[in-house]
Design a protein around this ligand. Structure first.
Ligand SMILES: [Zn+2]
Length: 259
């Protein structure tokens, strides 16, 4: 990170968190109520940086406002709470926001794992490109956590997966020694899900996770943050791998970092 950027961030964070943004958080991002003071401040710092550094573009006639920026940045901040290595998702420069599910018009990136097929999309993440989101779906996910679904987190999981240079469901893990356990556990969980789905049995992870390893990671990530206790009871081993990678336990956020 350059000196200028560092200086800019420091002066940005010296300004108080805007009161209007605080109102948006308490109204639209109930998830944030569960953190201790130190992490709550850290999340607000991340929100300020992401709102400031990303380019926010409204599509299909949508006017971008603070509510849109703050709600989406808050989902990112939750994911990045203990994931400093991404430098606030430095490779994601632009958020393209639509007023609803939108038609997919452009060609896909290729065979690197992004398979949001179908005609109406709620979101997508492009390799070294923008994250595209449907605003009503992003807002609905933020306002009612606990369903195991969150389109913003799903797309940002793809973006984080992309940091390795290939979108394969294995992000940049903290240690070289973490990879073998990750691959073994995720592979096994994928197989279990495939077998259950084939038998028509329900699972906390929706069948879309079986599209490929990248979608498995994105769908599991949504569930990890949005319905952590459910994922933990359904797939404890995968849950443990996720707490290691993301650096905290969303099923029990305050206890890990008491002040
Ligand atoms: Zn996806």
């Amino acid at each position: 990170m350059g000196l200028l950027k560092r200086h800019h961030r420091r002066s940005l964070l010296q300004a108080p968190f805007p009161k209007e943004w605080e109102a948006i958080l308490s109204r639209d991002v109930p998830y944030l109520q569960r953190f201790n003071d130190v992490d709550a401040q850290r999340l607000r710092d991340t929100i300020q940086i992401i709102v400031d550094e990303k380019f926010w573009e409204g599509c299909g006639g949508l006017q971008i406002d603070d509510q849109i920026r703050v709600v989406i940045a808050a989902q990112a901040a939750i994911m990045l709470l203990r994931l400093e290595s991404t430098d606030y998702l430095h490779h994601v420069r632009t958020f393209l926001i639509y007023p609803g599910p939108y038609q997919q018009t452009q060609e896909r990136v290729g065979s690197d794992g992004l398979v949001h097929s179908g005609t109406a999309n709620l979101g997508e993440a492009w390799y070294n490109g923008p994250v595209v989101l449907s605003w009503p779906d992003a807002l609905a996910a933020s306002k009612s956590p606990g369903q195991g679904r969150n389109v913003v987190m799903h797309e940002l999981a793809h973006s984080i997966d992309m940091l390795t240079g290939s979108v394969n469901g294995t992000p940049l893990l903290r240690n070289k020694s973490d990879y073998s356990a990750w691959q073994e556990v995720m592979g096994r969980t994928f197989q279990e899900l495939r077998e259950k789905t084939a038998l028509g049995q329900p699972d906390v992870l929706r069948p879309y996770a079986l599209t490929n390893a990248a979608e498995f990671f994105a769908v599991s990530t949504e569930c990890f943050f949005d319905a952590p206790a459910t994922l933990r009871s359904g797939h404890p081993e995968a849950y443990a791998q996720f707490t290691r990678f993301w650096g905290w336990d969303p099923a029990n956020p305050a206890s890990l970092h008491p002040e």
